[in-house]
Design a protein around this ligand. Structure first.
Ligand code: ATP
Ligand code: MG
Length: 233
């Protein structure tokens, strides 16, 4: 469980300062699919980066299973993040000239694993996601939907307990987008916590819980109802 208490994030100083998160109090529950929903500039990526320990708040505290992350050093925070968290981004960030297998095995280098074991683990995850026949392809040879599924495999290969995805369907057509959403749902159903950043109501409707963000102010709520307009019409 991840808890944010009175979290503020301010970028910059003085007249140009941007108050991106304002007294945010939210909880990400274990094994749940949580969507962060809000318009562009509302603070979604900032919030996701703080939940995933990629960034620190300006004030307030973050707890992961009762441990205070805001008290950790940068090195300790990186170690925590490498162990517990997997990230998925809109633009995939695959190494285009590397094979699919090499891309997925990459986080295990940081984990200090030997090559043979890295490749076995990467292969197993790719097979599980239905990408077993793509392992020798270069990342640049894949379709957008395939690239995103490979990047999800890479986010899962070190067996994190938390998977964070920032607009993962943003560069995909609706069919591939739906497949990626179904995959994230499956990952949550397998017991991992999934946090999805989206401005898309339909994607947020796949989630168990929704953090609704407006101008840096967050409200937690249950699942969206079909056809409901969370922005209030
Ligand atoms: N590194 C930064 N330096 C300065 N301001 C920033 C930085 N990152 C974000 N901001 C500002 O903080 C606010 C929230 O940004 P954030 O990227 O979290 O929004 P978002 O909801 O993810 O938007 P989008 O849907 O466009 O990705 C915005 O006003 C943005 O301009
Ligand atoms: Mg964003």
């Amino acid at each position: 469980m991840i808890e944010l208490r009175n979290v503020n994030k301010i970028y910059g100083k003085g007249d140009g300062a941007v108050h991106a998160l304002k007294d945010v109090n939210i909880t990400v529950h274990d094994g749940k699919f949580t969507a962060i929903l809000g318009k562009s500039g509302s603070g979604k990526s900032t919030l996701m980066n703080i939940i995933g320990a990629l960034d620190s708040p300006t004030s307030g505290e973050v707890f992961a299973d009762g441990k205070c992350l805001t008290a950790l050093s940068q090195n300790e925070l990186a170690a925590y993040r490498n162990k517990t968290t997997g990230f998925v981004f809109q633009s995939f960030y695959l190494e285009p000239t590397f094979t699919v297998l090499e891309n997925v095995a990459m986080p295990l280098i940081i984990a200090g694993m030997k090559r043979k074991e890295r490749e076995e683990r990467a292969r197993a995850v790719l097979e599980k996601l239905g990408l077993g026949d793509k392992i020798k392809k270069r990342a640049s040879e894949l379709s957008g939907g395939q690239k995103q599924r490979v990047s999800i495999a890479r986010a899962l290969v070190h067996e994190p307990s938390l998977v964070l995805a920032d607009e993962p369907t943003g560069n995909l057509d609706s069919k591939n987008g739906s497949e990626v959403m179904a995959l994230l749902r499956e990952i949550a159903d397998s017991g991992k916590s999934v946090v999805l950043v989206t401005h898309n109501h339909a994607d947020a409707a796949c989630a168990d819980e929704v953090i609704f963000l407006k101008d840096g102010v967050a409200a937690m709520r249950g699942p969206l109802l079909p056809g409901e307009d969370p922005y209030g019409g």
